[in-house]
Design a protein around this ligand. Structure first.
Ligand code: PLP
Length: 431
């Protein structure tokens, strides 16, 4: 498999971009080697600039639940572009997309569109701080909520210890406004409130974790944390940037039947274009400017192209018979196939899956939080990733990411992926 042209482009890209990329994981640092440059995608497949075709399980990191360049989404974007790319003034598609979102997420009584998931979480937390008049934020180790300064903290070891930032450039007094506790640990949540009564504005959580690899919430965890937040006068914020319209039409809150105070969306609601949204209870959202004192704005917020892509994506899902049941069925096939393939060669793996988000951990034990996720054999993962790439399967280039199955992945695609994994695992066993 030649990747000569990708190599040339990566060399050129390094002259312009730090590390040659515009978002860090694209550089493949944790799996080694150099990234391939993608020329185009259609359905479940992408093609690199050297003409190599891959079955894609990245799906642009979540948005592409319909697969690449779905005809309906392409047509909607083209039609919208003919009417102008942006007005900086209200347009009807904003209402159309909002109506679909609130239909699926009744807890989002009012919402605001932004241009990324990062903006959605950052703004939701500013709002939660204003509403509660408190300053601290509780998050979970391994939870990713975009790259706002105070949300880059995740390294808290002890219960309710003030977190150290993961990034240079974040002032320690900003990082100190964030408390970090282990995922799936309600006792640690309770303890944090006990140690800092009336200081915590909100708990922010990925209701199915996707950024330490997929980690499902333990039974009762989400219910418990919402109840604990409310008991202590704090808000519960579900960061459904990945899970919204992914694990079900109503996201994780629909799947598990629990409503947070505020919800953050992104990825799928933009259909592959830059969109985020945050929303929730009316009395909270009405604090946002111009109806209230919490300032938040965006030149391209509610952009008509992005709205059109989002509307087309949601409508295409809605028009697909049994969309989520199909995603579940195909993803379950993949899960079972991967488990069987690993078992045949006695490589210990732990596969976590919720709907069409899945992570195969090279890990003997159960992965239920960040600590257990990081027990995984990342060297073995890197070799698996490279072997799968050779077998024309493009996985997320990190052990700590979710693979996404789309509605474009056929049963044959899944079978081919499992074949590829069998070969890859045999190679890992042999060497
Ligand atoms: C991707 C992601 C974000 C950030 O969204 P961007 O659009 O990349 O800024 C926030 N939260 C979660 C859970 C995500 O997966």
């Amino acid at each position: 498999m030649s990747t000569r042209r990708s190599q040339q482009l990566f060399a050129r890209a390094q002259e312009f971009f730090p590390g040659g990329v515009n978002s860090p994981v694209r550089a493949w640092h944790s799996v080694g080697g150099e990234p391939v440059f993608i020329a185009r995608g259609a359905g479940a497949k992408i093609v690199d600039v050297d003409g190599n075709e891959y079955l894609d399980y990245v799906g642009s990191w979540g948005p592409l639940i319909l697969g690449h360049s779905h005809p309906r989404v392409v047509a909607a974007i083209q039609a919208a572009a003919m009417r102008g790319a942006s007005y900086g003034a209200p347009c009807e598609p904003e209402i159309e997309l909002a109506q679909r979102i609130t239909g699926a997420f009744p807890s989002m009584e009012r919402m605001r569109f932004v241009s990324s998931g990062t903006e959605a979480t950052m703004s939701a937390l500013r709002l939660a701080r204003a509403f509660t008049r408190r300053s601290k934020v509780l998050k979970f180790a391994g939870g990713y909520h975009g790259h706002a300064d105070f949300l880059l903290a995740r390294a808290g070891s002890g219960i309710a210890t003030l977190a150290l930032s993961d990034s240079a450039g974040v002032p320690s007094d900003i990082a100190a406004t964030t408390l970090v506790v282990p995922y799936n640990n309600l006792q640690a949540v309770e303890q944090a409130f006990h140690v800092r009564p009336e200081e915590i504005a909100a708990i922010v959580v990925e209701p199915v974790a996707g950024n330490m690899g997929v980690v499902p919430p333990a039974p009762g965890f989400l219910q418990g944390l919402v109840a604990t937040a409310h008991h202590h006068g704090a808000l519960a914020i579900f960061d459904e940037v990945i899970t919204g319209f992914r694990v079900g039409w109503g996201g994780a809150q629909g799947l598990f039947g629990i409503a947070p105070d505020l919800t953050c969306l992104g990825k799928i609601v933009g259909g592959g274009l830059p969109v985020g949204a945050y929303g929730g209870r009316r009395e909270i959202m009405d604090l946002v400017a111009p109806s209230g004192p919490v300032y938040q704005a965006g030149t391209l917020s509610g952009n008509p192209l992005a709205m059109a892509a989002g509307i087309a994506t949601l409508d295409a899902i809605a028009d697909t018979p049994n969309a989520y049941a199909e995603l579940e069925r195909r993803s379950a096939l993949l899960e079972q196939g991967l488990r069987d393939a690993a078992r045949q060669v006695a490589i210990p793996v732990s596969v976590n899956r919720v709907g069409s988000m899945l992570t195969l951990f090279f890990n003997r034990g159960t992965v239920a939080d960040y600590d257990s996720a990081t027990q995984s054999d990342t060297d073995l993962f890197a070799r698996y990733f490279r072997a799968m790439l050779t077998n024309r399967v493009y996985l997320p280039p990190s052990q700590f990411e979710a693979a996404f199955v789309s509605l474009a992945h056929s049963d044959q695609d899944i079978a081919d992926t499992i074949d590829g994994a069998q070969t890859a695992f045999q190679g890992l066993r042999a060497s």
